[in-house]
Design a protein around this ligand. Structure first.
Ligand SMILES: O=P(O)(O)OC[C@H]1O[C@H](OP(=O)(O)OP(=O)(O)O)[C@H](O)[C@@H]1O
Ligand code: HPA
Ligand SMILES: [Mg+2]
Length: 184
């Protein structure tokens, strides 16, 4: 699939499938080496992180477990509401665990800064973040991120788990939307 398959909805491809896969290889190698000999709990943030979780976890050789949280701060719009809601909590007790939060994107940083302090309050041995994308110029709060795939410009992106009004998550690349899609 490429941009033309989505009709006129996409403006441009920002990151190709190949670029994403190469970067995930590098991130997984670092995670493997940093967590060698430790049991790691990957916490995926639904729903956007599904693709990153699937593709990153399958590159890891270290011992891992996976759990999921659902939080929402965007609703159906293109701007963070700043209000983070837990829609589904973890099933795992974090006490003494090495936790790596897996995310698709850090935009304003509001979701992750809230989530990190929430998980830290549960007594884990460590909490770090791996995100495929980060928008440095959109940050409203600073979040200390151990593993970043790509720093991208402040544009609304879709694909590889990222949605606009629940669409486009399945695209194997990351692209920007044509303005007519979100301006009506
Ligand atoms: O840094 P922020 O400005 O807080 O934005 C990042 C968050 O927003 C998106 O989730 P969303 O709330 O859209 O839910 P979704 O993953 O189900 O799409 C994304 O997956 C991150 O979790
Ligand atoms: O750029 C984005 N695209 C889709 N979802 C998002 N959630 C935060 N930022 C974005
Ligand atoms: Mg979303």
């Amino acid at each position: 699939m490429d941009a033309s398959d989505m009709g006129k909805d996409l403006e441009k491809v920002l990151l190709t499938q190949e670029q994403i896969e190469t970067r995930l290889d590098e991130m997984a190698a670092r995670i493997d080496s940093d967590y060698a000999g430790k049991d790691l709990l990957l916490v995926g943030v639904l729903r956007g992180a599904v693709m990153v979780m699937a593709d990153l976890s399958r590159r890891l050789h270290t011992s891992i477990e996976m759990d999921w949280m659902a939080v929402s701060s965007y609703g159906s719009g293109t701007k963070s509401s700043g209000v983070v809601r837990i829609l589904k909590d973890l099933d795992t007790d974090l006490h003494g665990r090495h936790v790596l939060i897996v995310e698709d994107i850090i935009d304003s940083g509001l979701t992750l800064s809230w989530l990190v302090s929430n998980l830290r309050s549960r007594g884990p041995a460590s909490v770090e973040i791996a995100t495929l994308l980060r928008k440095p110029e959109a940050a409203k709060v600073e979040v200390d991120v151990r593993y970043v795939g790509f720093d991208i410009p402040t544009e609304f992106v879709v694909g590889y788990g990222l949605d606009f009004a629940e669409k486009y998550r399945h695209l194997p690349f990351v692209g920007t939307l044509a303005p007519h899609v979100y301006s009506g």
